[in-house]
Design a protein around this ligand. Sequence first.
Ligand SMILES: Nc1ncnc2c1ncn2[C@@H]1O[C@H](COP(=O)(O)OP(=O)(O)OP(=O)(O)O)[C@@H](O)[C@H]1O
Ligand SMILES: [Mg+2]
Length: 262
Amino acid sequence: MSPSPPPRSPASPDLPLNHVSVQVRGLNYFFGKGDLRKQALFNINLDLHRGQIVIMTGPSGSGKTTLLTLIGALRTVEQGSLQVLGRELHGLGHRQRVEVRRNIGFIFQAHNLFASLTAAQNVEMAVELTGGLRHKRQRAVEMLARVGLADRVDYKPANLSGGQKQRVAIARALVNHPQLILADEPTAALDKKSGRDVVTIMQELAKEENCTILMVTHDNRILDVADRIINLVDGRLESDESPQQFADAHAIKALDGSMFVM
Ligand SMILES: Nc1ncnc2c1ncn2[C@@H]1O[C@H](COP(=O)(O)OP(=O)(O)OP(=O)(O)O)[C@@H](O)[C@H]1O
Ligand SMILES: [Mg+2]
């Protein structure tokens, strides 16, 4: 008899922690103070495993970016436990959170490239942040070549297309070989082909480096790259499924439907 596949449940306490990049337990998050205090996340429990690509979806305002920025140590954890790459974020000070971020690659929809710097210089900046000054140009150029921009390394963002800019942002996120990549709608501004290219590059690099990708998207066309799809509704984790289970449960007939567009 073949062994049963690992469980896809959000919490898998039996797995050793080194297989788990992100472990969330009983996480609550509130915005505002006093009468204006409003809960954005409710009792989130979730494990993200090494080498997995997890897509997070859900209606606008459901808390996706909030959860992503908490995992990315860009916000302070106030209630519950959040372990990222073996470190508990609850109770960490600013300086320690900056340290955690060094191991994370961030890709956001607004790619935040510096307009006055070339593609290579934008990527080099990420290398500098980790103190890697030697061979930084070479490392930047190599990573840009990996994302198909070998002939654009000395172009400034204004002279690149949307898809090319997004690929520079991916090169910047990946150049330090992060163990965790957090992406917030990385394909939203791209046409179908560029969006697919960007996701394929992320997928290839994730598998090569055995890193974890958590990606927020409303883009049905890229659901198939996911190992799991988690769905947030009103700040609660509603489901955690394989792409096929997700498509069946939500009656997605084709991957280019528009069910996420609210
Ligand atoms: N800085 C803030 N101050 C107060 N409330 C906020 C703040 N940022 C987000 N919120 C609220 O928290 C909730 C979750 O917001 P969040 O940005 O995480 O949603 P989202 O799922 O990423 O939405 P979208 O798909 O539109 O990006 C929303 O109700 C939002 O209004
Ligand atoms: Mg958002």
